[in-house]
Design a protein around this ligand. Structure first.
Ligand SMILES: Cc1ncc(COP(=O)(O)O)c(C=O)c1O
Length: 398
């Protein structure tokens, strides 16, 4: 028996850090996970009584299954309304419902590029596209985010990376893991580049609700880019990843939006993957969005402040405070180091799990962590992290 070439290429074993982590956990050692963001575990859940009512209302409506590959019209309208309220012109006809953002990427990749062609993505970035592109048979190329400028997009570099095989530009804003939020000016320039090269923009906005020092998220869908696919869903927005509900808003030239939707409808029709009951819950959940975020936003702001205060006192460590999302990056040195060995040492000696920057394709030497943790535990864990980094640095310098 033989498996596919793809199956042969996929990594077979766990990396060293997670092997160590599992060992520590099964030995009963206390380890604070400073990387997974399960808001529910921190006490932030969508208002439960409200969710019960939404579900009870949805259940009879979902009794007879009449699937629409583009999504339930009422759900598409509720999503369009969400964008209109955010100042982005949108109609239900521009929305496609998907089973989450990862699948939204897959649909876009399949629509826009043929095997061997390229998608231009930010570097560093959450390690998501590598495998999705692999599944779609595509190549990734990267444009730089500039750490010295708060991880701003290097637009000159972005344009220089466009080749005859480039088929789409990916923007993640708020960005995971740097917390960068692209400003309006950057987006206007990105739209100009997209127009010059006649390329679509994929705008990943899954952290759109979590902004710091900003009143509103600047959105590519509000620019003059020729074709924009805005990706979002309930996994971060309302802390309901298990609902598996995402969407794509298509904007730009009506002819291209129309043709894109025809193709995506076909892709979606092939699999009919979106849970019907979840679709009947969309409008109710969107109405409850503010109730979910009400206490969470100030809590996250305080988390960010604790992280900023604690980490700015950590010698030899640099951070750019995130402007959005739940994550931050720390620069812990100038030279190439074994980041994974450092993370394993921090796990063993400081009792914290953080990620090496290389997981995110980041230049050395960085660590990545979340700041969305109970305040006291966060403060204590960051203190332990700083002590651990300090001891490691001392040994490096001796
Ligand atoms: C930037 C970014 N985009 C997309 C996703 C995946 O979203 P979903 O859970 O909707 O598939 C993640 C998950 O963490 C993410 O960080």
């Amino acid at each position: 028996m033989r498996f596919s070439k793809l199956a042969e290429r996929l990594p077979a074993k766990r990396n060293r850090l997670y092997t160590e982590y599992e060992k520590a956990v099964s030995a009963g050692k206390p380890v604070v996970d400073l990387i997974s963001t399960h808001l529910a575990e921190q006490g932030w859940v969508f208002p439960q009584e409200r969710l019960r009512t939404i579900l009870a209302d949805a259940a009879p409506r979902a009794r007879i299954y009449r699937p629409d590959p583009l999504g339930l019209p009422s759900a598409r309208e509720a999503i369009a309304d969400y964008y209109r309220k955010a100042g982005v012109p949108a109609s239900a006809e521009q929305v496609l419902i998907t089973p989450g953002t990862s699948l939204s990427y897959f649909y876009c990749f399949k629509l826009l590029a043929s095997p061997g062609e390229e998608i231009l993505c930010p570097r560093p970035s959450y390690p998501l596209f590598e495998s999705i592109a692999e599944l779609a048979g595509l190549q990734l190329r990267h444009y730089r985010l500039q750490e010295s400028r708060g991880w701003e997009i290097d637009l000159d570099h972005l344009e220089s990376q466009i080749s005859t095989r480039t088929r789409a530009l990916v923007l993640i804003s708020p960005h995971n893991p740097t917390g960068m939020v692209a400003g309006s000016q950057s987006l206007q320039e990105l739209a100009a580049i997209a127009s010059r090269h006649d390329l679509p923009v994929l705008a990943d906005e899954v952290f759109s609700e979590f902004l710091y020092d900003l009143d509103a998220l600047p959105r590519p869908a509000a620019t003059a880019a020729p074709l924009v696919f805005t990706l979002n869903g309930f996994s971060k927005m309302v802390g309901l990843p298990g609902l598996k509900l995402g969407w794509i808003l298509l904007s730009g030239s009506p002819a291209r939006v129309g043709r894109s939707l025809e193709v995506m409808e076909l892709i979606s029709d092939t699999l009919l993957p979106v849970n019907d009951l979840a679709q009947h819950m969309v409008s109710g959940i969107l109405e409850g969005r503010e109730a979910f975020a009400f206490g969470l936003r100030p809590w996250l702001l305080r988390c960010r402040q604790i992280a900023g205060d604690r980490l700015s006192q950590c010698p030899g460590v640099r951070l750019a405070l995130p402007r959005g999302g739940f994550y931050l990056t720390l620069k812990v040195g100038e030279a190439e180091v074994d980041e994974e060995a450092l993370c394993i040492e921090l796990l063993r000696k400081s009792g914290v799990l953080v990620h090496p920057g290389y997981f995110y394709d980041m230049a050395p030497a960085h660590l990545v962590l979340t700041f969305a943790l109970q305040h006291e535990l966060l403060d204590r864990s960051l203190q332990a992290l700083c002590v651990g980094i300090g001891e490691w640095k001392k040994r490096q310098n001796s």
